[in-house]
Design a binder for this molecule. Structure first.
Ligand code: ADP
Length: 903
């Protein structure tokens, strides 16, 4: 058999090989050519689940309870398959929030609570230490077995280890060294260790191949295949009972409990969270892992029964525990090579677990336990220190060493108490306490920090009471009566039979009560406690991660002011100058911001920096740290809802649009109306222009082609041409006036005008018209009329328009026109009255609009353009007066206008 030196050299070489793989992996990752970017490596790295407990312990368990050992593999299979939704969600959340550990996730979800993070960390460390000690025990024992081999003296009796008492400590220190080398070579903002993952995947292959080699050797080398071996085993009564599931020795509740525990463990164990979530580089890998990982579990378990049976058949009578059959079988057959392979396989299983677990725990201890405390102690001025990276790495290195030494201490104290599998289950039960806060946290917005805290503490207390306390009794540190009589003689409180529950085994009993206490407290306290604002924000972001997805940076969570250079130097201290520079310039570049010394960071940049820091020191610490640089302004509740409740925003936005829509509708209607008026205007104008033009043109043609036209006719034709030309000029003048008035370009003169003279001039101007129609014109003017100030020509235009309208719309032989000038209420009041066709009330306002003419069924459209009154109205109003009409149809009309008197 190999000498200790050889075994030692092989072990060191093997770990050296692992380190080379890890180193290569890291180098490739740095160069941007990741070797773990394929789903097989991800699935293989999940197999870090299979520890020495699987490698050696499965056979031990199978020798005792038959197929029951399978529960530990059914659970993860179920979880990976059924829990795809859970795993995918956790991975997504962790990516967005740069979650570094399960403690970080829980603390982050419940309002970045440092206290909660530290509770989870403490539970994890206490819960996992026995599990680590189990690996130490496995490595030491296998080393001891191989070395101490003699056919009759193989024993795993730990007392026999006395001659090797330094082995476990030596193994512990060696593992600590490797964990430190693997896990804390440098600091990564994503807490990823690509090289480590590659090495772990490699170890998974090694332990699988080692197990399969022994399996094949036993089944086909020692026997003629499964059939031969199984039939030989069945002929031995003690062995044959293992073929059946004996509900006496392994009741259903235990099956259920173990499946349940291992389902949770696959996510809640710090190392599983590390490989499955933190180290995940691509969500799509989960899809592959769904079938690859269960396949791996199946493969590594296929030969458990053959090894168990042949061990029981061949090693009966020796003092070898079934836990060590897999090593002892090749040994008694003098298969030195195979023995070494098994040894290396077992070491792979144990070292993989120890390294990843201690790295994960050290991250938690550093980020959730030590840093928040250090950051809060102002005396240390930690945020101002330059050497943060070194400090962080040192904390982690020391944590790794401490965890391993604690594992070693536990091994020395209680090493003999639990069998391999039971120790593992004790740890499973501890981490299962995270489940309510964890699962509840990502699916239920109502879970609060107080609820999570109450649940965790209650569950952990029951766990300690039902599982740890008895082991202390066993170790002789507590009186035995505690177990048999209960504390203070209260039988209901006996740690193994709490509240009289007798029929469960120790583990199931502990799981039942601890989970009941945990879930009840979590839900109960959550329902009765009010979450703080930041808890509500985080709850929303976590539960609705797929809704809010994209980047968290897009949802500004922090309102505060800070200088970008301050944030930059903070980042520098924690992730190094180069990465800090890269990260900042990437952000500024993406958002088109140019850097300056007094640049203030917006809320998005602040949360971006906090998330980056969170990737290194955890959410809770990052929160404290950023708060120290930033003057955070408190949130208004409405604001937060505004940020988060996208639906509400969308609803509000669409409502605004609807508003906006009705305004647009009105504007559109108005435009349509204007457009219609414009069309009408153009058609009227062209019509009005064409009529005089046509007559001018035809008359001019006659004059041109008929030189010998009679003198009278010639005169009459030219008169018409002149009149029509005047009409044209007037019309064009009117259109121009309208255009000028509307565009406010009409130049108004301001001169003192005698109102009597104004009326007289207008009457003179229209004299001819009145005369032609043989109307009686009556002008009533006071002897002394006041002066007014304004534009004389424009005011005459108004009068002329009114008088000519009165003439135009007179229809009887004895028609008259009365023009009056009076002073009323200190104003000049002028009226033009006729007894013509009159205006219906419905048209009395409209006639002052452009182009409005009263169309009559008998008379048709009246002559004119319909612009006169509109122009008049504008002129009067510009002079500070008013114009209106009083009339009833068929009974004439009186137009009034007022003008202010000048003093
Ligand atoms: P125009 O410039 O063509 O005279 P106005 O704007 O002055 O047009 O008048 C608009 C319309 O008002 C006329 O077409 C007519 O229908 C009505 N109207 C104006 N004055 C009188 C009146 N004295 N009696 C009856 N209808 C009138």
């Amino acid at each position: 058999m190999p000498a200790a030196g050889i075994i030692f050299t092989i072990s060191i070489c093997y770990i050296g090989l692992l380190f080379a793989i890890a180193y290569y992996g890291d180098k490739r990752a740095d160069a941007g050519r990741s070797i773990i970017s394929n789903p097989y490596i991800y699935a293989l790295s999940l197999a870090v689940y299979c520890t020495a407990w699987t490698f050696y312990g499965s056979v031990g368990r199978a020798a005792q309870n038959g197929a029951e050992f399978l529960t530990i593999y059914i659970g993860p299979t179920l979880m990976v398959t059924l829990g795809l939704f859970v795993l995918r969600k956790v991975v997504r959340i962790s990516k967005i929030h740069r979650i570094t550990s399960i403690a970080d996730l829980i603390s982050s979800r419940y309002g970045k609570s440092a206290l909660l993070g530290s509770i989870v960390t403490i539970i994890a460390v206490i819960g996992i230490i026995p599990y680590i000690s189990l690996q130490l025990k496995a490595i030491s024992t296998s080393f001891f077995l191989i070395k101490q081999y003699s056919a009759t003296a193989i024993s795993s009796d730990l007392k026999a280890l006395s001659s090797f008492q330094h082995t476990p400590l030596f193994v512990t220190l060696l593992l600590a060294l490797f964990a430190i080398l693997f896990g804390t070579r440098h600091l990564d903002v994503t807490e990823r260790h690509e090289g480590l993952v590659a090495a772990i995947a490699f170890e998974s292959i090694v332990k699988l191949l080692a197990f399969l080699s022994v399996g094949v050797f036993v089944t086909y080398g020692l026997y003629n295949g499964f059939g031969d071996l199984f039939s030989k085993a069945q002929s031995v009564p003690e062995i044959s009972k293992l073929f059946l599931i004996d509900t006496q020795s392994s009741p259903y509740n235990r099956w259920f409990c173990y499946i349940f525990l291992s389902m949770l463990a696959i996510l809640m164990l710090p190392r599983q969270f590390q490989v499955a979530v933190v180290e995940n580089v691509n969500e799509a890998h989960i899809q592959k892992a769904i079938w690859l990982f269960p396949l791996y579990l199946l493969a590594i378990n296929i030969f458990v029964f053959p090894v168990t049976f042949s061990g029981l058949l061949r090693l009966q009578g020796t003092r070898i525990d079934a836990d060590w059959f897999i090593l002892a079988l090749p040994m008694i057959e003098n298969q030195m090579g195979l023995t070494l392979i098994v040894f290396i396989g077992g070491m792979s299983a144990a070292t993989g677990m120890v390294i990843v677990e201690t790295i994960a725990l050290s991250t938690m201890i550093c980020n959730e336990l030590v840093m928040p405390v250090l950051l809060r102690i102002r005396r240390f001025q930690l945020a101002q220190r330059k050497d943060m990276i070194f400090l962080l790495l040192t904390i982690r290195r020391v944590s790794i060493l401490v965890v391993l030494l604690l594992g070693h201490a536990y091994f020395l104290l209680t090493g003999g108490f639990y069998a391999l599998v039971s120790i593992g289950l004790v740890s499973f039960a501890a981490v299962a306490q995270f489940a309510p806060a964890f699962i509840g946290g990502i699916f239920w917005k109502g879970g609060t920090r107080s609820g999570a805290m109450a649940g965790l503490l209650a569950g952990f207390f029951v766990w300690a009471y039902t599982l740890v306390l008895p082991s202390l009794v066993q170790a002789g540190l507590m009186p035995l009566s505690l177990l048999t009589e209960g504390p203070f003689g209260i039988r209901l409180l006996r740690p193994f039979h709490l509240f009289g529950l007798e029929s469960f085994d120790q583990i199931s009993h502990a799981v039942f009560w601890s989970m009941l206490a945990n879930v009840t407290m979590y839900v109960g306290v959550s329902l009765f406690s009010r979450p703080s604002l930041i808890e509500q924000i985080q709850a929303n972001l976590f539960v609705d991660v797929f809704k809010h997805s994209g980047e968290m940076g897009k949802t500004a969570l922090c309102r505060g002011t800070a200088l970008v250079p301050d944030l930059g130097s903070l980042l520098e201290r924690f992730i190094g100058p180069q990465k800090a520079e890269e990260a900042l310039s990437q952000y500024l570049g993406k958002n088109n911001i140019s850097f300056s010394q007094d640049l203030t960071a917006d809320a998005n940049l602040v949360s971006y920096v906090e998330t980056l820091l969170g990737g290194t020191i955890g959410a809770a610490s990052a929160h404290i740290l950023v708060a120290s640089v930033i003057k955070e302004e408190p949130f208004g509740f409405e604001e937060v809802l505004g940020i988060l409740d996208e639906t509400r925003q969308v609803i509000a936005y669409s409502r605004e649009l609807e508003k906006a829509t009705s305004e647009l509708k009105a504007a559109n209607e108005r435009l349509k109306e204007l457009d219609r008026l414009k069309d009408e205007f153009i058609s009227t104008i062209t019509h009005e222009l064409r009529t005089p033009l046509t007559s001018i043109r035809s008359l001019a043609e006659i004059l041109n082609t008929t030189p010998d036209l009679e003198k009278d006719q010639h005169a009459s034709f030219t008169a018409i041409i002149i009149k029509e030309s005047e009409r044209l000029t007037r019309l064009i003048g009117q259109v121009l006036d309208i255009e000028k008035i509307e565009s406010d370009r009409m130049g108004f003169q301001s001169v003192k005008i005698d109102s009597r003279r104004l009326i007289q001039d207008a009457v003179t101007a229209t004299h001819q018209l009145v005369k032609e129609k043989k109307l009686r014109l009556n002008v009533a003017l006071p002897n002394r009329a006041p002066f007014i100030v304004g534009d004389r020509d424009l005011l005459i235009q108004v009068m002329v328009n009114l008088i000519s309208n009165a003439v135009k719309f007179s229809d009887k032989a004895e028609d008259f026109i009365h023009i009056r000038l009076a002073i009323q209420n200190g104003e000049l009041l002028i009226s033009v009255m006729d007894n013509g066709i009159g205006i219906a009330p419905k048209d009395q306002q409209a006639i002052f609009k452009k182009f409005h003419q009263v169309k009559d069924s008998t008379r048709g459209r009246p002559p004119g353009s319909g612009l006169g009154l509109s122009i008049s109205k504008s002129i009067i109003e510009r002079h500070g007066g008013k114009i209106w009409v009083e009339s009833s149809e068929g009974k004439g009309a009186t137009f009034f206008f007022t003008l202010p008197v000048s003093d």
